[in-house]
Design a binder for this molecule. Sequence first.
Ligand SMILES: [Zn+2]
Ligand SMILES: [Zn+2]
Length: 289
Amino acid sequence: MNEVLSILLLGYREFFANPKTWAVFAFIAGFTALACAIGLRKRVLSAAALRNTGATLAVLSVNLLLAPVVYVIAGKMLALYARFGIPSVSQEFWAGVPWIFIALAGLAAKDFADYWSHRLLHTPLFWPIHAVHHSDTHVNGFTTFRVHVLELVLMNVAYITLLTWLGIPSAMIVAAYVFASMHNAYIHFEVDVDHGPLNWLIASPRFHRWHHADYPPAYGKNLANMIPLYDILFGTYYRAGPCLEKMGAEREGIPGTDPARLILLPFTLWARRIGQGLRALRRLARPLA
Ligand SMILES: [Zn+2]
Ligand SMILES: [Zn+2]
């Protein structure tokens, strides 16, 4: 029993023992304090914002409970990959390369993997998983934690596989992850900040707010987490002025603040789609009058 409990609590221990967690929390708290100081208190601490943040933290706590599953799957992937001796870039390749270039290569590769994982999550088959992230109607720094555990599995396996295949040293993979997490909290802040001439290179809160807008021309656009150049290259870039559209995915009748329904959401949406498919098949099989 104690052993089961200790495995169940592993996710929480890893999360709270990790300095990155506190760095991201401090970053969000700092932003919130700053926003209050410059008169945005009503916006960042409104009842709607607090309700959505509460739901986000509830989803996060369930994810932490399931985190050991993520570690097990990621570990198994890497073991399989090593066992089959899939040709890959050796770590020696990076010996002598200045650390800043390795870090930049690691970031660019991680964001490349994240872009394609995210694009996959916007296809009809995988959207039910990602709808949880898009369900937030008050996007803020905490929205970065509002992801279904199945999304965590997919994103982690994809980028860890690519970065280890490239021979990027583990310390750099961790550094890329920490940096990307901080940047991910930043692009969710409820401010309309843009990066001017650097918009193509570094994602801004405005860039990502358009991604969360419940606005048809922007659906499935601005998929990169960090480097919008991938959107430009692969045809998914959306650029407009300040984003004043509503946030969320109410088009699908997705619950914004009910944690239990959010955790079950992928399964209910898949069931709904299968039901619709079966009804359409039945209509096709109906004899003509
Ligand atoms: Zn998305
Ligand atoms: Zn987001």
